[in-house]
Design a protein around this ligand. Sequence first.
Ligand code: COS
Length: 387
Amino acid sequence: MALDPESFDILLPTIQRFIRERLMPAENHLEEFDEVPADLIEDMKEMGLFGLTVPEEYGGIGLSVSQEVLVNYELGRTATAFRSVFGTNIGIGSQGILMDGTPEQKAEYLPKVASGELIMSFALTEPDAGTDAASLKTRAEADGDHYVLNGTKRYITNAPRAGAFTLMARTGGPGAGGVSSFIVPADLPGIKLGKTDKKMGQRGTKTCDVILENVRVPAANIIGGVPGQGFKTAMKVLDRGRLNISAVSCGMASRILDESVRYACERKQFGKPIGEFQLIQAMLADSQAELLAAWSLVREVAARFDQKPAHLSDPDVSMRVSCAKLFATEMLGRVADRGVQVHGGAGYINEYPVERFYRDARLLRLYEGTTQVQQLIIGRELLRQAA
Ligand code: COS
């Protein structure tokens, strides 16, 4: 699946222009009011951003992973909250249906996801199951042709906006094999949302608890129709998501670097622009080299991702995705830190974009699998291949 190159060559500059002319000027609004302006959300719907990765047959644009990372690089250059509005729709919220859903589930949900009519959100994490996702406790008890769900999901991105959740719950015994993925409409009786989390950064993104009390979900809403496959669906979805986080990291690093170079040209000390001092140049140079290395890695892994069937996983590709997530997000952390350093005291002041990006960047090493989870996946796969 891919958008034809001619159409993509029109789409990408259109998105770049939208980011430059509409989103970047709204960054201060986002920071001050903690919300994405409604008119921008309407523009995003009109541009088709909610359906970027949904196949054309379901009303989307149908980007390949190689194309998607290019778009996410651009989106990384502005505040992450903008991407977050539709990011769960094209990413972890809907990909489970796309990869493993039945034809009926795809036909029912994907067109609404692509148009932005339905916001989907991904609900895996729980109070006691973060990194150890396979230990999740939310129960789904069979009751006729329904399941009854009880449990709490935590830090669920876009939950306050969601019309439905891709939600992992335990239908069977302990461990990964007892987990199923459900499509859970957000308006079912028994679903409550916790208060919106107050986060370190990424203002304008909305996360909260999703509490389920005796929520009756039709058995037909199990993704793929077969219980016990939900953990694998979640991991496949996260593989693609992690690669996109890597692309966002590169985009964000490039913005921080641009801001730092501009500041280094403008700010004068000892009678000349600070950019003329080699110690400043060294910081900029390290950031540029690391950014290019990360971006090359992301694009190379994306090309491999596109070579395998979309609904199947390949442990070697998953391992490479984890390399990209580990390297790109850690790179971003270093670039953000140097960006603040180049700005000196000004870098600690909220008026400068680097202060905001420094806080926003911190989450990328945590969500969709911490750096340590990526290390674990890489280490395990190397040993498996050796055996
Ligand atoms: N694609 C498809 N299947 C996968 C997979 C992948 N990428 N990764 C694992 N699986 C399968 C395994 O093959 C295994 O199947 P079998 O039982 O048939 O052999 C099953 O899933 C269980 O895998 P594993 O034994 O590796 O599970 P673990 O409990 O050891 O968990 C980690 C592995 C820690 C890597 C996993 O729980 C994880 O990624 N945790 C982080 C979760 C996360 O990213 N949370 C963020 C929430 S979303 S913001």
